[in-house]
Design a protein. Sequence first.
Length: 101
Amino acid sequence: MSNFKIQGSQMKEFYMNLALNEAWKYQFLTYPNPAVGCVILDKNEKILAIKAHEKAGLAHAELNAIAHAFKSLRPEISLPKEANALHEFICKNHQGVFKDS
């Protein structure tokens, strides 16, 4: 087992590359919007979500990632599919789920 650990700017670059790689999967489907990816980490740098904006007219990367992270922390919750309803639901029902994450 290796003791190699990525730190600082290398770690930021690693996570940015994860987001970019996810975004590129959908680059032609998001037009006229840009291809965007999002990575959400917990306080211990465990990945909670890697998501992207998948198609023009659907939820953007950040909302997709927040929804995925929310669902991973609260699997019993059913989330709406439509972007505006999803955003509104999370804003009203988050109950501090990310506070200690």
